[in-house]
Design a protein around this ligand. Structure first.
Ligand SMILES: Cc1ncc(COP(=O)(O)O)c(C=O)c1O
Length: 386
């Protein structure tokens, strides 16, 4: 692909004429059986490349277009595969690179179900997990043992938003011959170029900002060439695939990612900055604000901030936090994020390697596309009731 700016790539990537047939977007190609003219032709399509119709589980032009677009958003990436959710994508990526007897270095601020995968299924299949301080940076080299095979990052971290020194960690990993993976859902490839930072495998919960409308479940894994074959082999034996409706919705969402993320950023920062001025708020954990651990790394490595962050309440208990969230009118209460709407959630980080001390309970906000003045008025009324 020609050397285009990321915003242009978002618009044109994956729109091959043979897939779109003149439509601007590819149609929703629904398929299980693909019919061939002869046994010879059927056998020639096996094993299939992406781009060769073979069997529904191996995709159709709708999913291939999304895969190609996501790959082209990551300079240095060779391929992308889809999964039925972000959690499934994480499992698919880790199972592709790990074997019984391996040790995985997992960031201590990882998304809860990622931790659960390590502590249950991976453990049962003989993979040990060691959790590490999200702020360890190049010091990760000291944690690498004989059996260490891979390092998993999530930056910024779930609930606590520590920004990791991904280039530093990847450089140390390369020296030791380790595979690096990242959950890049918060920044998306628009705000953080994972492969350019040295990462081998980048995971997205497309459920969030790629879809952008809170109406689909989908995950993706984008990988460098050296990992691609293992990833695809593992996906096939696990039978992982994504429906064409989800792929189509995600592709449609991807086209407007740039304008949506910039608005999430602007609104998020307006609310976050206002929160820093409120006496009921001890701290705001937003990667673009100096109080957030790793803020300098964010300023160095990221192209922007999205709309998800946390704040710490000063001197109140969990019940007061619940009352505050329940009282909000414009913030929905529910899991996930990345849609056009604002959300609020009690955030209770689970940590084992490091225990950051907070002045009170945490609330995680997702700032949507509403007018930030309305959101601030809603939060002001809630905080005044504390
Ligand atoms: C950082 C992060 N990664 C992965 C996931 C999992 O995505 P999904 O809900 O599509 O399984 C989530 C979901 O909230 C998330 O917040």
């Amino acid at each position: 692909m020609k050397d285009r700016k990321p915003e242009t790539r978002l618009v044109e990537a994956g729109r091959r004429a043979e897939w779109t047939q003149g439509l601007v977007n590819p149609a929703v190609w629904r398929a299980s059986t693909i019919l061939f003219d002869s046994v010879a032709e059927m056998e020639a399509a096996n094993p299939p490349e992406q781009g060769v119709l073979h069997y529904g589980r191996n995709g159709t032009p709708t999913s291939w277009a999304l895969c190609e677009a996501l790959t082209q958003m990551e300079p240095g990436a060779a391929m992308t595969r889809l999964y039925p959710s972000g959690a499934a994508a994480t499992a698919g990526a880790l199972l592709a690179v790990l074997e019984a007897g391996d040790e995985l270095l997992m960031v201590d601020s990882a998304y809860g179900p990622t931790r659960a995968l390590c502590d249950t299924l991976l453990k049962r299949f003989g993979v040990a997990t060691r959790y590490y301080d999200p702020l360890v940076g190049a010091g990760i080299a000291d944690l690498v043992g004989e059996r260490t095979r891979a390092i998993f990052m999530e930056s910024p971290g779930t609930h606590t938003f520590e920004v990791q020194d991904v280039p530093g960690i990847c450089a140390a990993a390369k020296e030791k011959g380790l595979i690096t993976l990242i959950d890049n859902t918060w920044a998306t490839p628009l705000f953080f170029k994972a492969m350019a930072a040295g990462v081998d495998v980048s995971i997205l919960a497309c459920t969030k900002y790629i879809g952008g409308h809170a109406d689909l479940m989908l995950g993706s894994v984008t990988a460098v060439d050296a990992v691609g074959e293992r990833l695809e082999r593992t996906r096939r034996v696990l039978g992982q695939t994504a429906g064409p409706d989800e792929a189509w919705l995600a592709l449609r969402g991807l086209r407007t990612l740039d304008v949506r993320l910039k608005r999430h950023q602007e609104n998020g920062l307006a609310v976050a900055r206002w929160l820093t001025q409120q006496p009921q708020v001890a701290r705001v954990l937003h990667p673009a604000l100096p109080d957030c651990p790793g803020h300098e790394v964010w300023a160095r490595d990221f192209g922007g901030a999205t709309g998800l962050f946390s704040f710490v309440l000063a001197g109140v208990d969990d019940e007061a936090r619940t009352r505050l969230i329940d009282s909000l009118e414009l913030f929905g209460i529910g899991y996930s994020w990345g849609g056009f709407e604002s959300l609020a959630l009690p955030a209770d980080p689970v940590r084992t390697a490091t225990r950051p001390a907070f002045e009170g309970p945490l609330i995680r906000l997702h700032i949507g596309l509403e007018d930030p003045d309305d959101l601030i008025a809603d939060l002001a009324a809630g905080l005044a009731r504390l």
